[in-house]
Design a protein around this ligand. Structure first.
Ligand SMILES: [Mn+2]
Length: 243
């Protein structure tokens, strides 16, 4: 049977964007959703994002923000985020697994936040091919150590697909803090779930317009410290608002 799985990532506490994406997924009749991390941080409403992701997503992996957001800090903005999230959600984020692995239409698929080795290793589409190719490797942090045929990740807030050495690499882009277009980004995979036979396999990239000004108002009204960079990025879809 053909299965469809929606992949969402990098929500960063932006609830208007998350709700718009969840509605779009529902409208398409997709009921399996995996989340590739960075539920909270940057934006104001990580606590709501965590609760919505726990309700709607069958599997969730740990992002870099999920990893450090609960750690002891003197940083004002981080402490504000910690109070907003509360101990139970912080513990949930800090204990998320690194990878989601399965076979679809004969392809071994591995999904993670940033790299198979670390949530802090950042690899961009314009990095050298040799560096990108390491994303197919396994590591002790992965559920298994096989070399993947298809890798999907988040972290860079920059959706793309690239074929390397007969393998496929893609990035879901970001739901709540996209940095190439101001519209929320996510991916749907379609194929024969857990089938080792080669078969049709789809990677679909979806952009969902949402109420960006509501996201800006949410940030300002939340009283979060230093909202300026986040507000600029939400409005422009560019890193720190730069070209
Ligand atoms: Mn992120």
């Amino acid at each position: 049977m053909i299965t469809r799985i929606a992949l969402i990532s990098d929500i960063h506490g932006n609830i208007p964007a998350l709700r718009a994406v969840l509605e779009d997924i529902k409208r398409r009749g997709v009921d399996t959703i995996y989340c590739l991390g960075d539920l909270a941080g940057k934006g104001p409403d990580g606590h709501v994002a965590v609760d919505l992701v726990r309700t709607h997503c069958q599997q969730v992996v740990r992002g870099n923000w999920d990893d450090f957001i609960g750690k002891d800090t003197t940083d004002t903005a981080l402490r504000w985020q910690q109070q907003r999230l509360g101990g139970e959600r912080l513990q949930y984020l800090g204990n998320l697994p690194y990878t989601i692995e399965f076979v679809m239409s004969g392809k071994r698929i591995r999904l993670f936040h940033a790299s198979p080795r670390s949530v802090y290793e950042r690899i961009q589409p314009w990095d050298e091919k040799e560096k990108q190719a390491t994303l197919f490797h396994g590591s002790a942090l992965c559920a298994s150590e096989y070399v993947a045929d298809v890798v999907g990740y988040g972290d860079i807030h920059n959706a793309y697909i690239q074929h390397l050495d007969g393998k496929t690499l893609f990035n879901t882009g970001s739901v709540g803090n996209p940095l190439e277009l101001p519209e929320a980004s996510y991916v749907i995979l379609e194929g024969y779930y857990e089938s080792k036979e080669p078969g049709p396999f789809t990677i679909q990239f979806i952009r969902v317009p949402y109420d960006n000004e509501q996201a800006v108002q949410d940030a300002i009204q939340s009283g979060m410290p230093y909202p300026d960079t986040y507000v600029l990025e939400i409005r422009t879809g560019k890193y720190q608002g730069k070209k």
